[in-house]
Design a protein around this ligand. Sequence first.
Ligand SMILES: *Cc1c(COP(=O)(O)O)cnc(C)c1O
Length: 450
Amino acid sequence: MSIVDTTVPVGGPTLAQERRLVTAIPGPRSQELLARKAAAVADGVSYSIPVQTVAAGGGVLVDADGNSLIDLGSGIAVTTVGNAHPKVVAAVQEQVAQFTHTCFMVSPYESYVEVAEALNRVTPGDHAKKSALFNTGAEAVENAVKIARKYTGKQAVVAFDHAYHGRTNLTMALTAKSMPYKSGFGPFASEIYRAPMSYPFRDGLTGPEAGKRAISMIEKQVGADNLAAVIIEPIQGEGGFVVPADGFLPAIVEWCNANGVVFIADEVQSGFARTGTMFASEQFGIVPDLITTAKGIAGGMPLAAVTGRAEIMDATHGGGLGGTYGGNPVACAAAIAAIDAFENDGLVERAQEIGEILLARLTALQATDARIGDVRGRGAMVAAEFVKPGTTEPDAALTAAVAKACIAEGVIVLTCGTYGNVIRFLPPLSIGDELLAEGLDVVAAALAAN
Ligand SMILES: *Cc1c(COP(=O)(O)O)cnc(C)c1O
């Protein structure tokens, strides 16, 4: 018997680009796996799409029962270049046959350096930059905070309402939402303070007004003398795809620059062409001191980075940063291929086109349905926030029902938001227009039926 299972479709753009339902979701094979999952995998590790994935690519995900689902989630903003992207697959195959690991801290290799060079080039600002590589977004955030503390000699860190920065101890402390991320997992890291975010739909403030409010809180409750860093997602991810009002981020950056505080942009979700620019920071005209990246960086391989001003990045003594697997050579090869695709295959422009399609369709829906309180986002990072008509009161039940109906009809949508009342649209940039339009038809039908 061949070791290649020919019954399993191969991923990447070769997959038929269609929505195809041959069983109910989940079908029998998926149900079988989910039963094994329930018996073998810790309950704390949950899932939102109840299927057994066997292949994915372009704009679809195929399950073990032969269903083909339209992917509007990209595995949470990871497969931005497309799942099993041919350039990424080729790079991984070549590298994995050469060597799989040395530990960069034991014996260095070129691909790590090449990823650092690429990140220093593509991140905002033309100042001298350096990078360090890690495995996960949370690890990148942890290290950005370490670096900022070492550089400033100060300890306090300010994060914002609705922030999400990860699930490790420090990043739980930085994350705003208790359930499910923090509840029962304390005590949390100390010297973390929370400032009010600019959330135009809910606070009605202009950017400068919201900036003033946040800075006042920081000055009164923390004090610049104690503050190492401010960390913020330029467009928030898990917190609800919250886009701050124009002028908010520049006000915070200006205050940080004037007060010896390191400004960290957490672009783990918003980075790499997702928002229609290489990084969301560019859309607000800000240049972060440090920027954390992960998710979209390597086409699905686990890799993360901190990139920033060389003098800040170099403040740490040798051996102070790193980790066994950080900048793994296979993940680095994937990142080089993915960054090449972002820079040279028109993906920034594609994100803008997808954004126009998403915004046009969702604002049209909003015009006829008062339950959609807000439609917002940039590029291929767009959300609809659901409320009780005529109010800003969140409607989490409607949101969950619409998402569930979409999934049952073969469209992968993800929810988010502090109040659980946001559906986020973040398709792979390899999705075709027709498939995207069909996915949005299904969303509209699900909304009409609920
Ligand atoms: C997902 C995410 C993280 C955490 O990344 P992991 O790789 O899951 O540790 C951190 N910050 C933001 C903005 C994220 O979206």
